[in-house]
Design a protein around this ligand. Structure first.
Ligand code: HEM
Length: 398
């Protein structure tokens, strides 16, 4: 990576050594260090003991009960997005899914009226901040300190998000009641010794959830609609399943096991278009497949690379949701599918993401079919994840 040597693990066994079995030999790598300036020290950037403490405290916010309760804000966000859709309208799918995912996080974090300004600020400023994040990971450190228009815009957006987050926290603490949302859970989170999170730590977690949870789910949904439109047989099966299992009602967390066609299509989107780079850094000398690496060595694992390897995923470029049927999924080696990572840093939002994506997938499929616009090329573009550039589709009522 430029002047920095980095090693890439290319097999499931080695990825598991770095992430799971030998995780005590690694900390987060260079990418996350660069994100800390904007994210603060939240769950996605902290490391070591601090990370373990945070993870324990935040786990209740992603328990089954807490995620199930987010079905309502997800339904409301899907309804709000589709209320602006009309027959024959051409939409930029990536933009629409970004708007939905930002709205879901804002509504799930801030359920109460007093937090409405914070929710609005998060929705409005975070897409821009996301772009800034990506630039920060690619550009050299000194660039971020320059007074360029982009850096100044990002700093202003961050200051607004900061002020909105602190105002919401202060109002919640003053009201001292459970609003049934993620912010209430963050305020109530306690460590083993009974201590809670400070205001800045809560703000860091709120920004972390938003940044970790928006682009990822939005890209999964955008690719889902793109792939369905190009695989009419799969689309028919997904629509038939939604009609049979749900009829016209919205899904809940309990419906997910019965929605196998839909969840396998979403899972296949996460496989085909996974994050292309994640990093770790050795904190002591380690041996990986006979190669001795000194402490400080940067190690890359790429879910995208593993997911496109025909040794673990036959015909890897094909969109084939049936590869997740139990008979075929059982032979995929442990560590070959890493869309949500594995081990101590495994995505805490995985079930939240599946409910969120299934919610919009189901509600959109109940009412609309998204058709490709002929002659408009769609390109995969790698930012934090791999998202579709140029994906415009026409809305056709069912
Ligand atoms: C399709 C959707 C998603 C994908 C593909 C995804 C993927 C990932 C991956 C690969 C990691 C591990 C990164 C590493 O190895 O360092 C991760 C961690 C994380 N994700 Fe997700 N994510 C998704 C949705 C979400 C959502 C919806 C949230 C929150 C609402 C979220 C919050 C987090 C957090 C906080 C971490 C850090 C966990 C830790 O280090 O303990 N993610 N995610």
């Amino acid at each position: 990576m430029g002047p920095l040597p980095a090693y890439v693990v290319t097999t499931p066994e080695l990825a598991r050594q770095v992430l799971v079995t030998g995780s005590q030999d690694f900390e987060r790598g260079r990418l996350s260090g660069k994100l800390t300036r904007a994210l603060g020290s939240g769950l996605a950037t902290s490391t070591g003991q601090e990370h373990r403490t945070q993870r324990r405290m935040l786990q209740p916010a992603f328990s089954r009960t807490a995620v199930a309760a987010c079905a309502e804000p997800m339904r409301a966000a899907a309804e709000s997005l589709m209320s602006g859709w009309t027959a024959g309208q051409v939409i930029d799918v990536n933009q629409a899914m970004d708007a939905y995912s930002s709205d879901v996080v804002a509504r799930s974090l801030f359920g109460s009226e007093v937090a409405a300004p914070a929710a609005a600020e998060f929705r409005q400023s975070l897409p821009g901040l996301l772009r800034d994040m990506v630039n920060r990971t690619i550009l050299p450190e000194w660039w971020a300190g320059l007074p360029t228009p982009g850096n100044r815009r990002a700093a202003r957006a961050l200051a607004r998000v900061d002020a909105a987050a602190h105002a919401a926290i202060t109002a919640y603490r003053a009201a001292d009641r459970d609003e049934g949302d993620l912010l209430s859970l963050l305020i109530a989170a306690r460590d083993e010794d009974g201590s809670g999170l400070g205001d800045t730590q809560i703000r860091d977690q709120m920004i972390t959830f938003t940044l970790a949870g928006v682009e990822t789910t939005s890209a999964t949904l955008a690719w889902f609609f793109h792939e369905l439109a190009h695989h009419p047989d799969i689309e028919r099966r997904v629509l038939a399943e939604i009609d049979t299992v749900l009829g016209t009602r919205e899904p809940t967390l309990d419906d997910l096991p019965a929605l196998t066609e839909t969840t396998h299509a979403l899972l296949e989107s996460t496989r085909l278009y996974a994050s292309w780079i994640q990093m770790r850094r050795a904190i002591r000398p380690v041996v990986l497949d006979g190669v001795e690496l000194p402490a400080g060595t940067e190690v890359i694992y790429s879910p995208y690379l593993l997911h496109h390897d025909p040794r673990w995923f036959p015909n890897p470029e094909a969109f084939d949701p049936d590869r997740w049927n139990p008979d075929r999924a059982d032979v995929i080696p442990n560590g070959a599918y890493l869309a949500f990572s594995a081990g101590i840093h495994k995505c805490i939002g995985e079930s939240f993401a599946f409910l969120e994506t299934t919610m919009l997938a189901a509600m959109a499929c109940q009412r609309w079919r998204l058709r490709p616009v002929p002659g408009v090329p769609v390109r995969p573009v790698a930012t934090g994840v791999v998202h579709p550039k140029g994906l415009v589709m026409t809305l056709t009522p069912r």
